[in-house]
Ligand binder design. Structure first.
Ligand code: HEM
Length: 210
């Protein structure tokens, strides 16, 4: 597996005296807005086939990323409450894929590097933060496509009623780590995660034109 680190600094890098969370928010805001605008999940013409292809592409990114995290942390150190793959598999089954078809889905090979706690926290900021947007998206999917947690929409509400608690627990971890020496590495990893995810979704042809 090829792991790439995006070496370019974030163009919109904030002042280093800001907290690491403030730095993350400033540095990734443009990337978040761009991805949000291009993902068809909120678009009026969203249909079931597009939604299915988005969940397939999400699986193809989350699975190898989860494996990368496990290799860095060792499987026993993973918080079982933060498992996302079982929900993706459940959704893919509900959307009509067999185990064989799920196994054959393409997986992303250009992932953000995870070689330090700073990089891990940067990656987690993006993937955990996405669960907040999921709270908005799950309602949209229910309204537009009639999909709920049992018919293909569990991933968008992957933590259910624990969403807020798990996000706060992550922010506490981030605040405890906060140190000027390593914050730039956290921010760099978060930017790289957004970039890798966007590139992957582009390759999967599920994003609208920029
Ligand atoms: C159409 C797609 C998306 C929508 C509508 C959306 C919406 C939102 C909303 C409403 C929040 C704020 C929630 C709150 O403050 O309670 C949020 C936060 C966040 N989202 Fe998204 N999002 C989308 C896609 C994504 C994707 C694909 C990612 C990354 C893979 C992502 C990463 C984040 C992060 C990191 C935060 C946390 C920001 C912070 O509070 O520091 N979002 N999103």
């Amino acid at each position: 597996m090829v792991e790439i680190t995006h070496q370019l600094p974030c163009a919109d890098a904030p002042a280093p005296l800001a907290t690491v969370l403030q730095q993350l928010r400033t540095a990734t805001a443009v990337r978040h807005r761009a991805l949000e605008a291009r993902l068809p999940l909120t678009h009026s013409r969203l249909d079931l086939d597009t939604y299915k292809r988005i969940i397939e592409a999400y699986y193809g990114f989350h699975l190898p990323l989860q494996q990368l995290i496990e290799r860095f942390l060792a499987p026993h150190a993973i918080d079982p409450a933060r498992q996302k793959i079982p929900s993706l598999i459940k959704d893919l089954h509900a959307l009509g894929l067999s185990d064989t078809q799920i196994y054959a889905l393409p997986q992303c090979r250009e992932l953000p590097a995870i070689g330090s706690i700073a990089q891990l926290l940067g990656v987690m900021y993006v993937m955990e933060g996405a669960t907040l947007g999921g709270q908005v998206l799950r309602r949209i999917i229910a309204d537009k496509l009639g999909i709920d947690a049992d018919s293909g929409g569990e991933f968008l509400d992957v933590y259910g009623r624990d969403t807020g608690r798990l996000w706060k627990a992550f922010l506490k971890q981030l605040a405890e780590f906060d140190t000027p020496l390593h914050n730039a590495e956290v921010v760099q990893a978060a930017c790289a995660t957004f970039d890798c995810f966007q590139t992957w979704l582009e390759q999967a042809r599920v994003l609208n034109d920029a």
